[in-house]
Design a protein around this ligand. Sequence first.
Ligand SMILES: [Zn+2]
Length: 268
Amino acid sequence: MTSTHDEQALAAAYVLGALDAAERQAFESHLRTCPLCLSEVQSLQRVTQALSQSVPERTPRPEVRARVLSAVTGKSETRERPVTKRSYTSAWLPLAAAIILVAGLASYARVLQGRVSSLETRLDVAERRATAAEQATLEARRAADGAQTVLAVLAAPDLTRVDLRGLRPSPAASARALWSRNRGMVFTVSGLPVAPAGRVYQVWVVTGPAPVSAGLLDLDQSGAATAFFQTPPDIAAPVAVAVTLEPAGGVPAPTGEMYLIGKPGRTL
Ligand SMILES: [Zn+2]
């Protein structure tokens, strides 16, 4: 027996034969262990038997029938309508059965509603777990991809190293770019002041023709970042790598103050 005792609400539906085969079987096996439900069923059976036996002999007076009908339908019957004795009898039994059936089905509907909400809750929990697992998988894959990309750059045969030093706005900052024309750039920086609101640090590969944007830096709270940038495959040989402070979103050509700069060392 559960604490809410849902089964008890099935008694009326059971007595009226409104349960399907599986539900009936389950309820009957519950009945064998639950005196509470058993007595509910027995008392309901007595009521339905009493109704079916007594009603043909004992016809309710027209006022009673009218009261019951109006209570059920919400409409009042007109006294003027001629009603035969036969129609009292034939109308009364289905009405009594209908009242019990409605009561039974209402409690059965509550049981079903309870089952639906409990299934919905379980589904919700399962969905949330699946989403969290998917998220974790995605993050792990992203981290693995990132590590793979960095390794590919570090193993590039044309790897060039650029050490950058902090300029006047942030002399303590330093950075290093490891760059391969084919595989991209791994850029690590530390000691930069946090960018003011609406501004962002942008990394440039300075070539003879023009500086080419490598990408934007997403600093942590200590002013450090490690980033991977792809550079155009046809980019001219870099003469320097630099970092400037630019409007949020970045710009096509540098406009702001320069924070770091370095010249390429030997090819590693
Ligand atoms: Zn029970």
